[in-house]
Design a protein around this ligand. Sequence first.
Ligand code: SF4
Ligand code: SF4
Length: 400
Amino acid sequence: MSAGWNSSTRAPDAEDIASCVACGLCLPACPTFRLTGRETASPRGRIAAMRAVDEGRGEVDGSFRTMMDECLACRACETACPSGVPFGRMVEAARAQAEPGRAPRGRLGRRAGLVWLLPRRRAVMTAAWVAGLGAATRLDRALPRRHGTARPPVRLRELARPLPRAQGDQGPAAAVLAGCVVSVAYRPLLRATMRLVAASGHRARMTAPGGCCGALAMHHGHPEAAQTMARQRIAEVDGADVVVVNAAGCSAHMKTYGELLADDPRWAERAARVAARTRDVLELDLAAREGSVGAVAMHDACHHLNGQGIREQPRALLRAAGGEVRELADGGRCCGAAGLYGVTQPELSARLRRLKAEAIAATGAPVVAVANPGCAMQITAGLAEIGAAVRLAHPVELAG
Ligand code: SF4
Ligand code: SF4
């Protein structure tokens, strides 16, 4: 067992569970524990539930599912834990374990999106055009929506503009992940990424738009679908000197491809190679253009801070581009985006969204740097809810 989930039992690894000594030092870092004060909404409580199931003292029932679903998988507990407990992969495994017994209605919808749609690149692009058409004609407003649920800003005009699939003709070969959400809803970011990666001495080549890395499926209990998407992306990028990813959740996930496919003899070696060569774009030595970015509030994505230890790089890049970086109060707290969290846990997500939006507005900066599309959607919704006119941009867009 090496991927944090046991492919035969679809459960957290017993060794991972045993590494928790129940000291509770992670509790103050956990957003859901801080909001609710419940042990069952804490990392220690969740691991205790995993242990009970593993030892046959507990069942994978409704309360187990709720405990795992309420988790943001933000991995703040991992950063805080002195024992090195790999909580992120444990909760992903527990969700895979919990998936079969879910109510059919919710389960079918999730399967349609995570297992059927996302591995089909062309279907993703078709769905994007349909969403863009709905937004352009305002027909999307007729659809039932939970209040405040964040949504991708898909625009027909942007979809119609071709993306630069190749840029730069010298230096190491860089495969730039187009991704799913980024390539349909954040295309200016993809253009800025290609420009900056090429300007920083790479032969940048973009993967096909719509191709998902599989993070969302892994995050929400579908490891087999995540493996399918990992193989698709590996086939596209293997051979490049560096694999460049501009979404925090995706770069963190692609670095686990080696673990995800470790038991697949046909793909294990390639997966380990791609994982080793994957870099978040903010980990590259980027040549920021001299500029006057000015005051900018800094939002750290959980999968940068906790998943990859990326904190100083975006700040350095913004300062090089003339930015005056303003820190958020309680900046390490998750914004509540967390994949489908806004749909599965709307109340907790809304509370975290509001806290984040208020912290951003309190800096007084006219722009906030955000390096993950899920956070960007959530923060856009949060700022609108409190009526704050703050522009969002990825650090690469501001500096490139
Ligand atoms: S996850 Fe780490 S910090 Fe939290 S209770 Fe377990 S050992 Fe302690
Ligand atoms: S991943 Fe985040 S929400 Fe989940 S237990 Fe850890 S700190 Fe709490």
